[in-house]
Design a protein around this ligand. Structure first.
Ligand SMILES: [Zn+2]
Length: 228
């Protein structure tokens, strides 16, 4: 006889940051938590990302295609799901910039947010050449490439446009893309880097009074790793 399955009703809802679409979700369960724990213990970035993506996909309704979710969607959604699964608070250590004492701080991960995305982002790199940019998905990443900054660079450009032509990067080899990037001046490369560093990211402001020197500190948590 089949036993009843518990907790599979998606009774919570959230908005996907990059699309503004509302979806429903359930907490992650023991089966997903096991995968997450194993991945965390391994310390391997690819396993950690895969476990997070799998948990988000299994917990959300209707079914999501992870290729169409940005890295910050994934992190935001995972944190919302984690909040209803194991609790909204996370205890972290923040170092006081004034006296360098570590302070124990409890943050509410459910209050993390992502700033709004730019629609059809572009970066102009010269009078005649502009780049169509995109917000990468973890599905785009090659985790064998140890240079994560380069992976962001490769996966954030969707096309190179001249006055006459548009070259979608999906049709180019990584050697071709690398050669193109190598041909830029450092100023041009900086405008691409600026786009990447301005990309939305899970964020929360944390204000605390240092237990040692009593100074009020303002701190910004950015990126999923800073929350745990
Ligand atoms: Zn202090």
């Amino acid at each position: 006889m089949a036993l009843p399955r518990l907790n599979d009703t998606p009774k919570y809802s959230m908005v996907i940051p990059s699309t503004g679409k509302k979806i429903r979700y359930r907490p992650y369960l023991v089966k997903e938590e096991k995968v997450l724990m194993l991945a965390n213990e391994s310390g391997n970035l690819e396993s950690i990302v895969n476990a997070m993506v799998e948990a988000v996909v299994s917990c959300c309704t209707p079914k999501l295609d992870p290729r169409f979710l940005t890295t910050f969607d994934m992190e935001y959604m995972f944190m919302q799901i984690r909040a209803v699964s194991v609790g909204e608070s996370s205890d972290i250590l923040l170092t006081c910039p004034h006296c360098e004492t570590d302070n124990d701080i409890t943050v509410n991960v459910k209050e993390a947010y992502c700033k709004e995305v730019e629609k059809n982002p572009k970066v102009k790199i010269s009078k005649d050449v502009s780049l169509e940019m995109k917000y990468p998905s973890y599905s785009d990443f090659d985790f064998d490439n140890e240079n994560i900054v380069e992976e962001f660079l490769f996966n954030s450009i969707s096309a190179v446009c001249t006055k006459e032509e548009r070259f979608p990067l999906a049709e180019e080899t990584s050697e071709e893309i690398r050669a193109f990037l190598d041909s830029l001046t450092s100023d041009q490369l900086k405008s691409i880097d600026d786009f990447i560093s301005e990309m939305p990211v899970v964020t929360k402001e944390v204000n605390f009074k240092c237990g040692q020197c009593n100074e009020e500190q303002e701190h910004k948590l950015q990126g999923i790793r800073s929350f745990f």
